[in-house]
Design a protein around this ligand. Structure first.
Ligand code: GDP
Ligand code: IMO
Ligand code: MG
Length: 423
């Protein structure tokens, strides 16, 4: 039994949903530890496509326990919508649990997210607008509302009235918009809370029980390493720690119980939102990758920026997550390109940088240094054996392995469940 963490190695949307669905087959418990409904994880099973934002991608296996940990911020409206979508499609929620100490996204969080992006104008982050940043801000500022606070009507009213004293000052005096009323929010949220209620519990007890019984636990990351509030391209990041360390604080599961960390990386790189992206292709090649790879956001529908594979990013992800293996997705998308470029370092003010700079001013002014590799023309979609891959594709993977120092154990050859190579 091995308890593993899965994290995004780049800027999110690496295919974590698909890989979680694959690896959850042998797991007993699947846990989300951070982020919120800014995430959008796609799982395709047969002719059915599921887009999950909050509920772990293991939910499609009825017998497995799926948990939303305390590190996740929960928008009750979004959660109920997702629960209803799953139930309508015949997916059972009997084994689905949510941490009682997870923080709740309130209407003022969504509002403040949008107002703050508008205020920033050109300098905006390009957030998903889901209220994620303001919700985490309130958690750390010790004025957040947790799920458990919402279960009792009077307690919820008290907490909300206290919170609104501050939030309405912000809304009225800083942003010049109408204040919100506790009664209106209570009325809207009561309906959601009544649906969620029976799933809310102390999930640290469930995880501890699973650990003691030798059950296999799988931690499904959201976002990606470069969106981490510490290790990402700050300030163009999300407001949580999607890196492996987030598992311990986001679920209450200790580090000694963890056996490995899988990094998911796309065979090229994409990013949604603003911020530096050294290997970005603002040309026909970038457009080609976007169309061929269907690179449009699951959560916001925004076109994703596309670029060449970047080795320093992966080396950084290996370090800060302690990655033990890689899953390389969307290799099939690269078919048909005459040659492929892989960034091996950057030029910055006449110097050569072999490591990913953590500081945005440097990163914005970095020029990638590329190694050029041969492409392949064989259609590899759906291949399931490594040996079936054309020599050039294997050379590409083996180059990534050599440079990153960890093995590529899983290779995606298409969006569907079976379109995968496991080495
Ligand atoms: P996540 O947020 O990391 O779970 O990734 P998303 O679901 O946002 O985006 C990944 C997209 O790539 C989804 O549309 C997947 O169906 C798709 N996908 C995942 N793996 C592969 C692959 O190996 N090949 C292709 N062509 N598509 C893939
Ligand atoms: P998954 O789990 C890609 C990005 C947003 C924005 C920045 C901050 O599907 O990989 P936020 O709303 O979190 O305050 O936005 O982070 N972002 C993601 N990009 N995939 C995600 O999740 C993302 N979650 C947040 O686009 O640039
Ligand atoms: Mg996504």
């Amino acid at each position: 039994m091995a308890n593993k963490i899965l994290v995004g190695a780049q800027w999110g949307d690496e295919g974590k949903g698909k890989i979680t669905d694959l690896l959850a087959r042998t797991a007993d418990v699947i846990v989300r530890f951070g982020g919120g409904n800014n995430a959008g994880h796609t799982v395709i099973v047969g002719d059915q496509k599921f887009e999950l934002h909050l509920i772990p991608s293991g939910i499609l296996y009825a017998e497995k326990i799926n948990i939303i940990g305390n590190g996740v911020v929960i928008d009750p409206a979004a959660l109920v919508k997702e629960m209803q979508m799953l139930e309508e499609r015949g997916i059972s929620l009997d084994n689905f649990f949510i941490s009682e100490i997870a923080h709740v996204i309130m209407p003022y969080h969504r509002l403040l997210d949008k107002l703050e992006e508008e205020r920033k104008g050109e300098g905006k982050i390009g957030t998903t607008g889901k209220g994620i940043g303001p919700a985490y801000t309130d958690k750390v500022a010790r004025r957040g509302i947790r799920l458990i606070d919402t279960l009792d009507k009077e307690r919820f009213y008290r907490r909300l009235t206290d919170a609104l004293e501050y939030q309405n000052l912000l809304l009225e005096k800083v942003y010049g918009v109408e204040p919100l009323k506790a009664e209106d929010i209570m009325e809207e949220y009561r309906e959601y809370i009544d649906i969620i209620r029976k799933h809310v519990t102390d999930t640290t007890l469930l995880l501890d029980k699973a650990r003691r019984e030798g059950k296999e636990i799988f931690f499904e990351g959201a976002q990606g390493t470069l969106l981490d509030v510490d290790y990402g391209t700050y300030p163009y990041v999300t407001s949580s720690n999607p890196t492996a360390g987030g598992v311990c604080t986001g679920t209450g599961f200790g580090p000694a119980g963890i056996d490995g960390v899988i990094g998911v990386a796309k065979a090229y790189v994409t990013r949604v939102g603003e911020g530096p992206f050294p290997t970005e292709l603002k040309n026909e090649t970038g457009d080609y990758l976007r169309e061929k790879g269907h690179e449009y956001g699951v959560t916001t529908g925004r076109p994703r920026r596309c670029g060449w594979f970047d080795i320093p990013i992966i080396k950084h992800a290996v370090r800060v997550n302690g990655l033990t293996e890689l899953a390389l997705t969307k290799l099939d998308v690269l078919t048909g390109m005459e040659e492929l470029k892989v960034c091996v370092g950057y030029k910055y003010q006449g110097e050569y940088l072999s490591e990913f700079p953590l500081e945005q001013e440097t990163l914005f002014n970095c020029e990638p240094v590329y190694e050029t590799m041969a492409g392949w023309s064989e259609d590899i979609s759906g291949y399931t054996e490594y040996e079936q891959l054309p020599q050039a594709a294997r050379a590409y993977i083996e180059y990534i392995e050599k440079e990153s120092g960890i093995p590529v154990k899983i290779i995606g050859t298409g969006p569907e469940r079976e379109q995968i190579i496991i080495r």
